[in-house]
Design a binder for this molecule. Structure first.
Ligand code: G3P
Length: 203
């Protein structure tokens, strides 16, 4: 399972790349807003401080599919054609994922709460699907079970789509993802640091 950093904080990103074997960064509008900077300028700075081969997943903020597609092209023009565009796996997002897939543009079907949402994003041609483990738990369902179901769906249907699990609040949730062998998980700096913040390790 690859690890990505779910953050837009430049200091955290730089620090975490020096410590952990992480392979990319993901962010969303909430994470970007927290930094209180111009989002595009911040994303350009993030792109510059990351290793060139590392993945950068950036989410669109538009609500309709045509605007999402336009925004995807704008993001690629500013940040490079190797970025991966995060698109909510809703009706407008599925339309946008299909359109971008036709143009060979990589996308992450995100804000996935159900296995069928993830299935539709994969069928639409998403490169990744991002189930929100902790948020699924928070509404009383089983986040790990949704990811396990998505693993089955991807394997049984021979989809090329990979799972980028997201939304974690503790190490146990991350451990379940490693045990499932999902392709990747994106962790906040707090959760990533928490994987080793175990006092007996340091004594
Ligand atoms: O990438 C999605 C992720 O940032 C959501 O995490 O902690 O807001 O549920 P969280």
């Amino acid at each position: 399972m690859k690890l990505l950093i779910d953050s837009a904080n430049l200091a955290d990103i730089e620090r975490l790349f020096t410590i952990y074997p992480v392979t990319g960064v993901s962010c969303n509008p909430t994470i970007l807003k927290k930094e209180q900077q111009n989002p595009y300028a911040l994303l350009e700075e993030i792109r510059q401080i990351m290793p060139s081969e590392a993945q950068l997943h950036v989410q669109v903020i538009s609500a309709d599919s045509e605007a999402m597609v336009r925004e995807a092209y704008e993001l690629r023009a500013r940040l490079g054609s190797d970025i991966i565009i995060k698109i909510p796996a809703n009706t407008e997002g599925i339309k946008a994922i299909r359109a971008l897939h036709r143009d060979d543009i990589k996308t992450t079907g995100t804000v996935v709460y159900t296995a069928l949402q993830g299935y539709l994003a994969a069928l639409a041609g998403a490169t990744y699907i991002a189930p929100y483990v902790n948020r699924i738990d928070n509404i009383g369902f089983d986040g790990v079970r949704v990811v396990s179901d998505l693993q089955t769906i991807v394997t049984k249907n021979s989809f090329k789509t990979k799972i980028l699990a997201a939304s974690f609040k503790n190490s146990q949730q991350v451990l379940e993802m490693v045990k499932l062998g999902v392709d990747a998980a994106t962790l906040s700096p707090e959760v990533l640091d928490g994987l080793l913040k175990f006092s007996v390790i340091d004594n």
